[in-house]
Write a protein that binds this ligand. Structure first.
Ligand code: PEP
Ligand code: MN
Length: 335
C-alpha cells in the first residue's frame, strides 16, 4: 500500500513514526507531493490516516486511485455539466487569420462553448503541413478575445508548456499519439489546467485511465477523456469508434467523457452518425473539426465539416441528448 501526502506536506514525521515501529518504507516524490510506500497492515493504515499530512491511503492493487476518486466541478466557458452537451469545434489546423476569426464567430453564434485549432501538428508524414506554431497561437488568442470562447490546443512537447500558458491556452490537448508520452503528461499536469486526453488508438481503457492518473497526480485540474477511435482490422473508416468505452469509463470514474467522431470517421459523411452514437453511449460533449472550406484544408480535409453541416449535426445531437435525458442514469446493478 502507499500513502499519498497532501501538497507541500513533509514525509519526515510519518517516516520516523513508521521506522520506529520496524516498518520498512520507501519515499518517492510525485509532482508536488510525496508518496510513502510500505507493506500493507491494517493497524498501520488506521494510524496513518490520523496524520493530517496524509491525503489518501491507497491499496497496492488500485491502478488509478485519483481517477477513481475524482469528484471535482466540471465547467468551461458557458458550459455546465449535465445541462447541455459540450461542443468543442474548430479547424484541424489554424491556417489563416481571417478564416479562423470568421469560423470562430460562426461557431460561437451557433452555441459552441470551446474553440479548437491546431498550432503544432503531429502528422504521420514529415512532408505534410506541420502547423503554423506561434503564429497560430497568436491568431487563436485573437479569436478568443473576439468571441470570448476558451481555446483548446494540442501540445506536442513539454518545451511548449510555458508558451501555452503565456498565450492563455485554456485547455491543453494531449493527442492520440502522445497519450502514453509520460514525461509530457507529467509536465502538462503541472500546468494545472484542464486537459483533454485523447485515447491512443492502440491503448486499452485501463492504459488510457492510467494516463489520466499521471495528469491528475501531477496537478491537472480535470481530465477530459476523449474517445477518438481505435485501430481494428476494419478499413472503411479511419478508425473504429469504441462507443463501448464510454459506459465502461463511466463505471470507473466521474471524469467527464467526450467523443471525437471526426478523427474516427476520417470522412465527413460518417461524422454525424458517429457523433449521434457517441451521445447515445453517454458522451457529455463532442469534439468536431469544422473548416470554412474543407476541401482546401491543409490537414484532415476529408473529414472536416462546413459550418452548415456542423449546424445540422449540432441540432440533431442536441435533440437526441434532450430525448435521452431520463435515461442518463448510472448503470443499475443486476437484481
Ligand atoms: C486533433 O484533434 O487535431 C488530432 C490530431 O487528433 P488525434 O490526436 O485524435 O489524432
Ligand atoms: Mn485533425
Amino acid at each position: 500500500m502507499w500513502l499519498l501526502l497532501r501538497r507541500e506536506a513533509s514525509p519526515d514525521g510519518i517516516v520516523a513514526f513508521l521506522q520506529q515501529r520496524g516498518i520498512a518504507v520507501q519515499t518517492q516524490r510525485v509532482g508536488e507531493r510525496w508518496a510513502i510506500f510500505l507493506p500493507a497492515n491494517g493497524a498501520v493504515t488506521e494510524a496513518c490516516l490520523r496524520w493530517e499530512e496524509v491525503e489518501r491511503v491507497i491499496s497496492g492493487e488500485e491502478a488509478y486511485p485519483l481517477v477513481r476518486a475524482w469528484t471535482g466541478e466540471v465547467q468551461i466557458g458557458t458550459w455546465r455539466r449535465g445541462e447541455a452537451l459540450l461542443w468543442i469545434a474548430g479547424p484541424c489546423s489554424v491556417e489563416e487569420r481571417r478564416s479562423l476569426l470568421a469560423v470562430a464567430q460562426a461557431l460561437r453564434d451557433l452555441g459552441v462553448q470551446v474553440l479548437r485549432g491546431g498550432a503544432y501538428k503531429a502528422r504521420t508524414s514529415p512532408y505534410t503541413f506541420q502547423g503554423l506554431g506561434e503564429q497560430a497561437l497568436d491568431w487563436l488568442a485573437e479569436a478568443k478575445a473576439l468571441t470570448g470562447l476558451p481555446v483548446c490546443v494540442e501540445i506536442l512537447t513539454e518545451q511548449h508548456v510555458a508558451l501555452y500558458l503565456e498565450r492563455g491556452i485554456d485547455v491543453f490537448q494531449i493527442g492520440a499519439r502522445n497519450m502514453d508520452n509520460y514525461w509530457l503528461l507529467r509536465e502538462v499536469g503541472q500546468a494545472k489546467r484542464p486537459v483533454l486526453l485523447k485515447r491512443n488508438p492502440q491503448a486499452t481503457i485501463q492504459e488510457w485511465l492510467l494516463a489520466a492518473e499521471y495528469l491528475l497526480l501531477h496537478g491537472a485540474s480535470v481530465v477530459w477523456l476523449c474517445e477518438r477511435g481505435i485501430r481494428t482490422f476494419e478499413r472503411s473508416l479511419r478508425y473504429t469508434l469504441d462507443v463501448g468505452a464510454l459506459p465502461v469509463v463511466a463505471q470507473e470514474t466521474a471524469l467527464p467523457r467526450l467523443v471525437d467522431p471526426s478523427h474516427a470517421a476520417g470522412r465527413w459523411m460518417y461524422v454525424e452518425p458517429l457523433a449521434l452514437a457517441g451521445v447515445a453511449a453517454g458522451a457529455e460533449g463532442l469534439l468536431i473539426e469544422v473548416h470554412p472550406n474543407p476541401p482546401a484544408a491543409r490537414s484532415d480535409a476529408a473529414q472536416q465539416l462546413t459550418v452548415e453541416q456542423f449546424a445540422r449535426l449540432k441540432e440533431r445531437a442536441e435533440g437526441l441528448f434532450a430525448g435521452l435525458r431520463g435515461l442518463r442514469q448510472p448503470l443499475q446493478s443486476q437484481p
